[in-house]
Design a protein around this ligand. Sequence first.
Ligand SMILES: O=P(O)(O)OC[C@H]1O[C@H](OP(=O)(O)OP(=O)(O)O)[C@H](O)[C@@H]1O
Ligand code: HPA
Length: 183
Amino acid sequence: MDANDVTGDLEHVLLTKEEIQQVVKDLAAQIDRDYAGRDLLVVGVLKGAVMIMADLVRELHSHVTMDWMAVSSYGSGTQSSGVVRILKDLDTDLMGKDVLIVEDIIDSGLTLSWLLSNLRSRGPASVEICALLRKPEAAKVEIDVKYVGRDIPNEFVVGYGLDFAEKYRNLDFVGTLAPHVYA
Ligand SMILES: O=P(O)(O)OC[C@H]1O[C@H](OP(=O)(O)OP(=O)(O)O)[C@H](O)[C@@H]1O
Ligand code: HPA
């Protein structure tokens, strides 16, 4: 194996590329059904949601517009700081709009809980959440999430947008990191 090959840093695969594609198709079908005949503003949360956002919107058949927000709560480690900072705000006025927040993962729930109340305060008609992954055992706050791709165990995962110290986002699958990478 190439010494720079990232696969040596991984312990096991949680979702293959094919499984992700199926999960995304299923999420898009539910969203299409629920928003039939309505315009939807899809808000991707940078950077982790880039992959799910790009794949999800291409599976949707409704009229959508897209915008992006960048927030950060993790710094460079594996524990949420709980303090959410807006690094880039939306360009769109949310007043009267149906908004769907798209996230890669819900871990403690602190980021989305904060984001939900932030976006709700801007006068939208509705705000719902779509997340590819959720860790039920890691929840520190309860949030009402309408669309969840997969519930996963409480392990730190990387790939398909998810990083550790900004690496591994480009993997086309989701896996857990080997312990030697943390050390
Ligand atoms: O439920 P929580 O415990 O709040 O964790 C989830 C958040 O953490 C990650 O973002 P991060 O702050 O690492 O930024 P990134 O998307 O740029 O990687 C992820 O994309 C979610 O936004
Ligand atoms: O398990 C995770 N992996 C990568 N980023 C994350 N942000 C919250 N949880 C995670």
